[in-house]
Design a protein around this ligand. Structure first.
Ligand code: ZN
Length: 500
């Protein structure tokens, strides 16, 4: 039962949901049934046939209609007295600026891609509005809480984008090269048939085809979405949202939904981390960029760094007081021409030349986010290891205490960095996810989802899991499988407390 304080907070809250798909449908239902009365939903997608097995607010007759609007109508049928405001628009649309985000008490993400998540993270930081993040993949899921200055932001841990292909959300116009594949990968005839069919479809949409080998590799990684996981995660989002609303900051938890019980728990709560002081998003730490200033063009910098790596939407690039590049709807024509010409120039040949030692300021006007980049000239790059011809650094994990291999940013925390960022798939029902080999070296302690339970189980035994071999961890996990599952409501005793 909710307390009086919680009920009052729920009634008075204005919440923004981003995403009305797999997690979003469950979340909207749970918010409505929990007593929330003012809910806004942003989702640019329309309903597809393949959503219907789990996005239960939608019916066959809704195919082609706005998810946000249909979800609203469906929930109003059993909660007619509440206000639900749908927006059938991309969350990156300029109308959703910092002022818009400031209207809300909490923002709840049920998104399916890294790009939108980073965008919302920045708007929440700029507007100083708490964010509850979520993601699911098959039986795995997670919910994390992000408060400016108190917990780490969504981007405090670097996230190399995994190669993720939505395969069975059958889109009417495929935009990815993979197409739609579901079959038994061990059946050679089936592999051949489906590969041929997919390639015919690919060629008719003008997208690159795939070899038999690639198709088989793709098929081996399919992860089916599980509606129940979405429901559990939606419930956890609401629990964290209520804590945020009553400012119960001592009890915020990042919660992981595991595939197998670990220490008799399927839901593993972990205390949130403090902000990473080297995070270029929520702290003002400058980044460094090694680049050949004579051969790299401004366009390379904008595309490969500012957009792809920094996730900016409307970038503005400045050197001191002079603007090198800007995107905007109200720019004068002559300025548009100058910026277009700048894009084709090498960095050292710009009107105010970029040299080794230059500090560039890169801003995104919509996200109200800016960062500094120290430029360092470098002549040669390894084509295989550094295909961008540039190397961005400075965005690192918090320093590690070499003696015990634990992050030192949280002296009281018993847990190591859990991969809050690994689940990027949100509500996609079937995803192919490749976590590239070498991820570990890029991100230090990043682990695959399958290792979540392993990591946490060792945390509770008070041992560092960093020194254990993967095999040992696997054994621990297998041992746990025979454990009887208990559901505990006394998480305090299971997770050590940490001051924020
Ligand atoms: Zn951060």
């Amino acid at each position: 039962m909710a307390s009086q304080e919680q009920l009052l907070a729920i009634k008075g809250a204005k919440v923004l949901m981003v995403g009305a798909g797999g997690i979003g449908c469950e979340l909207l239902k749970t918010l409505a049934l929990s007593g929330f009365q003012d809910i806004h939903i942003i989702d640019m997608d329309t309903i597809e046939v393949s959503n219907l097995n789990r996005q239960f607010l939608f019916r066959q007759s809704h195919v082609g209609q706005s998810k946000a609007k249909v979800a609203r109508d469906a929930v109003l049928r059993f909660r007619s007295n509440i206000s639900i405001t749908p927006y059938h628009v991309n969350v990156k649309d300029s109308r959703f600026n910092v002022e818009f985000f400031k209207e809300f008490d909490v923002v709840l993400n049920g998104l399916d891609n890294l790009d939108a998540r980073r965008h919302v993270n920045r708007l929440c930081l700029a507007a100083d509005v708490p964010l509850v993040e979520s993601g699911t993949t098959g039986f795995l899921g997670q919910v994390t809480v992000h408060l400016k200055g108190k917990t780490e932001c969504y981007e405090c841990q670097p996230k190399p984008a995994p190669k993720t292909y939505p395969v069975c959300t059958i889109t009417s116009t495929p935009s990815k090269e993979i197409g739609n594949l579901t079959f038994d990968k061990d059946d050679q005839l089936a592999v051949e048939f489906v590969t041929a069919a997919a390639n015919i479809r690919a060629s008719s949409f003008g997208i690159p085809s795939h070899s038999l080998f690639e198709a088989k590799g793709i098929a081996g990684n399919i992860v089916h979405a599980v509606a129940t996981t979405n429901a559990v995660i939606a419930g956890l989002i609401v629990i964290e949202a209520i804590k945020v609303l009553i400012k119960d900051s001592n009890n915020y938890r990042m919660t992981y939904c595991l595939e197998h019980p670990s220490k008799k728990l399927l839901l593993m709560p972990v205390e949130p981390y403090e902000p990473n002081k080297s995070c270029y998003v929520c702290s003002e730490t400058p980044l460094s960029l090694e680049v050949n200033i004579h051969s790299s063009k401004l366009r390379d910098f904008v595309e490969k760094i500012v957009k792809a790596k920094l996730g900016m939407n409307f970038p503005l690039i400045m050197q001191g007081a002079s603007i090198l590049y800007e995107v905007g709807e109200d720019l004068e024509e002559d300025m548009v021409a100058i910026y277009a010409a700048n894009l084709e120039k090498a960095l050292s040949e710009l009107p105010s030349p970029v040299t080794s030692g230059t500090v560039l300021t890169v801003e995104d006007l919509q996200q109200e986010f800016s960062c500094s980049i120290n430029i360092k000239h470098r002549e040669e790059f390894d084509e295989e290891k550094e295909p961008d011809g540039m190397l961005l650094s400075g965005w690192v994990e918090a320093p590690v205490d070499k003696d015990n291999n634990k992050p030192i940013r949280n002296s009281e925390s018993t847990s190591n960095a859990l991969p809050a960022e690994e689940i990027l798939d949100g509500e996609k029902d079937v995803e192919i996810q490749e976590i590239p080999e070498g991820t570990e070296t890029v991100t230090g302690k990043k682990r695959k989802l399958s290792e979540v339970s392993e990591g946490t189980s060792t945390n509770h035994s008070g041992l560092s899991d960093e020194n254990r071999s993967h095999n040992q961890l696997e054994k621990l996990d297998v041992d746990d499988e025979d454990d009887e599952l208990i559901i505990s409501d006394d998480w305090e005793s299971l997770t050590k407390k940490k001051r924020l």
